[in-house]
Structures are given as C-alpha cells and as structure tokens.
Design a protein around this ligand. Structure first.
Ligand code: FES
Ligand code: FES
Length: 157
C-alpha cells in the first residue's frame, strides 16, 4: 500500500512499495503524460516534480515519496505559479516552446518542460552554463539549441 498526493489529489494505491513512481503514475493512475525512455535515470523523459524538485520517476520507488507532493505534466498548470510567483507559468513556457518551435517528435518534451519549470522556479534567469548543467534531458531529435533559446526568452518574464 502506498499513499501520496499527485497534482493535489491524495491517492491510496495497493501496490508494491518498490514500484517505480513512473509506473504508479502511468499504469495505476492513467497519467500517461509522463514518459518512459531509458528506465535508468539517464534520459529525463520520466521527469516529475517531488516537492517542486525535478525527479526521474523511473528510478524513484513509491515508498520514497509517500506523503510528498508530486506534480506531473498534467497538473503543472495549477501549481507552477504558486511555487515561485516570479517564475513563468505553464502558459508562458508553452508559448515560448511554440515561438521557438522546440518540439520535434515531442516524446521527450513533457519531461523537458518539467525539468525546465523546476529550474526556472529556483532560478528565473539561468545562464547558459546553468541551463546546460541543470537540463540534462535527452532529446533524440536534437532540440537542445531551441530549448536553450526558449529558456533564455523566458528569463525574468
Ligand atoms: S525513463 Fe527515466 S530517465 Fe529515462
Ligand atoms: S522532440 Fe523528439 S525526442 Fe525530443
């Protein structure tokens, strides 16, 4: 049995405590916006927020997040502003992503946006070096320059 809060809603799930959070979200709660890529914490496709910090859910056992606040891409619109009033909200991030034509196939992008929103909530005006060291998500389509441009356009908005 595991109890945790996802996007503001408490859930009690009859699952093994070692189940990765990714599978609890996708298979038990039907939140398929969080993606599976590598399963070994390398790609970031599975990124969610735990207490506002970006976490790779494929290697996060549900037992380690009991009682904590989990946010997925499905709930980001409702919490991003509250984390840091000076950080851009999801609508601003989405518009920047459109303006800079960031998504290509799109598979990595929900994890990318979760990582970026966590970074901007902590640091609304990151340097290029800070972007590179914090946003380590893998994009097979090579959207990295566009991701950086979009982040730069969001800085201090
Ligand atoms: S699926 Fe979790 S980091 Fe790749
Ligand atoms: S947009 Fe295709 S993997 Fe990133």
């Amino acid at each position: 049995m595991a109890r945790f809060k996802v996007n503001g809603v408490e859930h009690d799930l009859d699952i093994e405590p070692e189940m990765p959070l990714l599978w609890a979200l996708r298979d038990e709660l039907g939140m398929t916006g969080t993606k599976f890529g590598c399963g070994i914490a390398s790609c970031g496709a599975c990124t969610v927020h735990v207490n506002s910090s970006a976490v790779r859910s494929c290697v996060t056992a549900v037992s380690t997040v009991e009682g904590q606040e989990i946010t997925t891409i499905e709930g980001l619109a409702n919490v991003a502003v509250g984390v840091n009033p000076s950080a851009p909200d999801l609508a601003a991030v989405q518009q920047a992503w459109i303006d800079h034509q960031v998504p290509q196939c799109g598979y990595c992008q929900s994890g990318m946006i979760m990582a970026v929103s966590s970074l901007l909530a902590r640091n609304p005006n990151p340097t290029n070096a800070e972007i590179d060291s914090n946003i380590t998500n893998v994009c097979r389509c090579g959207s990295y320059p566009r991701v950086r441009s979009a982040i730069r356009s969001l800085a201090n908005v």
